[in-house]
Design a binder for this molecule. Sequence first.
Ligand code: G
Ligand code: MN
Length: 403
Amino acid sequence: MPDLWPAGEERVHGAADLATGGPRRTILLVDDEAPLRRALARVLRDAGYAVIQASSVAEALQAIESPVLDAIVTDVSMPGDSGLALCAAARERGIDAPVLLMTGVPTIDSAVEAVERGALRYLRKPVGIDELVGAVREAVRAHDAAIARRKGAVLLADAEKVRTEERELAARFERAIASMALAFQPIVQPKTRALLGFEALLRCGEPSLASPGNLLSAAEHLGRLEVLGRAIRRSVAAVAGGAPAPLMFVNLHPRDLLDEDLYSPSSALASLAGRVVLEITERTSLEDLDGLEARIARLKALGYRIAVDDLGAGYSGLTSILRLRPDVVKLDMALVRHVDSDPAKMRLVKAMVSTLDDLGAITVGEGVETPDERDALADAGCQCMQGYLFARPGPPFPSASWT
Ligand code: G
Ligand code: MN
C-alpha cells in the first residue's frame, strides 16, 4: 500500500499558508527512506504546506496525476528510477512545478542532467530544516511568478488580437460606408394597384457586412451608428423627390433617436418630412431609451410619420404601439408566412388589423411571397403589403408586378 496519505494528513486547499499568508500550497515529497521522509514531511507541514509523500518514482507518478502541485522535493538515488527520471516524467506530463533534488553526492554529470531535465536546484543531504523550508518557499515563489508571466503573456496576446480585429472591422466598415447604396422596395395596395410608398433598404459592397444586420452591428460596435444613420438619411433625401409614390419609409436604429441631427429642421430629410415614415424596430430595446415619448412627439411635430416595424417578431412588442402611437404598423413576415393555410394565424392577423384600425394605424403585411398570402391578408382587412410577390428591393425605383 503506497504511503501517499499517512494518517493524520489532511490536504486542505484554500486554508492559509502559515508561511506566506496565501492559499495553502502542496508539496510532493519523494524519498525511499521512510523515517527521513516522514521527518522532512513534518518540517514542511509545520511550515504550513500540505505534503503528499511517495516512496518511489512510480508512486510519485501516481500522485502527480491529479492534484495541483506547487513544488516537488525528491531524492535522487532511489531503487528503481532516480529522481532525475521523475523530473523528466513530470515535464513530459506538462507539470511545471519546480523540482528540488536531494542528494548526498552531487556529481558534475548528474548536475548537467538535472539542468537538462528541468530541475530547479540541488539540496545536499543531510538537508537542514531552514534550508529545506527556504528552498521550498523559493520554489513556490518561482512557480507563482512563472504562472503570472504566462497569464500576462496570454493577456497581451489576447489584447493584441482584439486590437487587430478592431482595426480590420473598422477598415471593413469604412469600405461598407464608401460603397453604401440604398435599395427600394414598393409598398403596395394590391386591390387598387396603388403604390403607398417605398421602403429604403440598406445595402453595401463589402461582402462581410452585406446583411444590414451585420453592418448595423459593426456600426454599433465601432460607435459609428450616427455616421451610418446620417448617411442613410442623406441618401434617401437625395433620391426621394423622384419616387413615384407618396411615401418614403426609412428604417431607424433605436439609437438614431438619440442623434440631434434627426431633429434638425434644416437636415436634408426634414424638408421632406411630410412624405417620410420613420420605421422603428425594437431590435435593441426601446425600454431604456431616454425620453422616448418626447422624442417621438418632436419627430411628429416636424411632420414625420412613425411606423412600428417587424411587429410579431420576437423582439418587437405590443407595448411599442402604445408608446409610439404609430401611423403605420408593419406585420413581421412571420405573421404573414402561410397565413392562408393557418386558421389561428389568420384570426390573429384579422384581430390585429382591426384593433390597429381602431387605433388609427394602417397595417402593412411584410414579406408577402404568394398570391394566397396576398388574398388571405386582404380578407383579414390588411390592404397594404410588401414582398417579393410584388417586387424585390432594387435601385430607384422598382415597379410592382401584379400577376
Ligand atoms: O426589418 P425589415 O422589415 O425592415 O426588413 C425587410 C427585409 O426583408 C429586407 O431586407 C428585404 O430584402 C426583406 N424582404 C422583403 N420582402 C421579402 C419577402 O417577400 N420575403 C423575404 N424572405 N424577405 C423579404
Ligand atoms: Mn423595415
